[in-house]
Design a protein around this ligand. Structure first.
Ligand SMILES: NC(=O)c1ccc[n+]([C@@H]2O[C@H](COP(=O)([O-])OP(=O)(O)OC[C@H]3O[C@@H](n4cnc5c(N)ncnc54)[C@H](OP(=O)(O)O)[C@@H]3O)[C@@H](O)[C@H]2O)c1
Length: 238
């Protein structure tokens, strides 16, 4: 894909991995729309990016829990730029608790955002991606293949997301739409209330996921890395 002026839509682009991908896209000459739950906060991030990169960035308040909000967000991008070439379904949360402690609310928050939320984004954007012969990338996790204690909700959401993404890939690849899932290990972000700090130096950084995303987008149309694991090279010894 030639990326200059192509339009990218990133859910959860206000911080962490989504923001890292937005910056890589802007550096690559793409036009970018970012979402977060709150439009005003997303606009603050967009204004910073605009100052830094000298390109207009569209900020949209859309909660991925709502199909209607995602449909409106996609419509807003198409109204502005007439197309969408790349969708990054990234918005996600983490609640970690053993099954005896996990609340109904934590379970639903995790599944409704990490799994059903990606379905909403995919459903809302697929016609546009078919029109542009575009690219959908979901941000799953190594937790989509490795299960762990206190991970019942998160593992369920990410195992589900990996399966969802692979099935969608088979649904639309013959219509010229590429679909991949990126499955990161630990990334230095604000995930689950974390504040990135110096001790995170060993972790993958958001810009690494940005670089990986751009590498996928640039790959020749005949080749499709449909499931990509990325992990820190040197995690701390246990
Ligand atoms: N960090 C890691 O180690 C790691 C590893 C593997 C996979 N992941 C995955 O990477 C993705 C991004 O996480 P991150 O690490 O970058 O975390 P983060 O720094 O906390 O960022 C999460 C982003 O998601 C947005 N978001 C949360 N709930 C949303 C909702 N209901 N609707 C729309 N946007 C929502 C947040 O925006 P607002 O706060 O502005 O609403 C924020 O931009 C998640 O799917 C996560 O599971 C993370």
């Amino acid at each position: 894909m030639k990326l200059q002026d192509k339009v990218g839509y990133i859910t959860g682009g206000t911080k962490g991995i989504g923001l890292g991908i937005a910056e890589s896209m802007l550096q690559g000459g793409m036009r970018v729309a970012i979402t977060g739950r709150d439009g005003a906060s997303a606009q603050k991030v967009a204004t910073k990016l605009e100052k830094q990169y000298g390109i207009e960035v569209l900020a949209i308040g859309s909660n991925v829990r709502s199909l209607e909000e995602e449909q409106k967000a996609i419509a807003q991008v198409i109204e502005k730029w007439g197309r969408i070439d790349v969708v990054i379904a990234n918005a996600g949360v983490g609640h970690f608790a053993s099954i005896t402690e996990m609340t109904d609310e934590q379970w639903h928050d995790t599944i409704d955002i990490n799994l059903t939320g990606v379905f909403h984004t995919t459903k809302a954007s697929m016609d546009a991606l078919i029109n542009s012969k575009g690219y959908l990338i979901t941000i799953a996790s190594l937790a989509g293949t490795n299960f762990f204690q206190r991970g019942a909700a998160y593992n369920a959401s990410k195992f589900g997301l990996v399966g969802f993404t692979q099935a969608v890939m088979l649904d639309v690849r013959d219509q010229g739409v590429k679909v991949s899932t990126i499955m990161p290990g630990s990334v230095a972000t604000y995930f689950n209330g974390h504040i990135p700090n110096d001790a995170d130096a060993w972790k993958i950084q958001p810009e690494d996921i940005g670089q990986l995303t751009m590498d996928l987008l640039k790959m020749d149309s005949r080749a499709l890395p449909s499931k990509v694991e990325i992990r820190p090279t040197m995690p701390p010894k246990k």
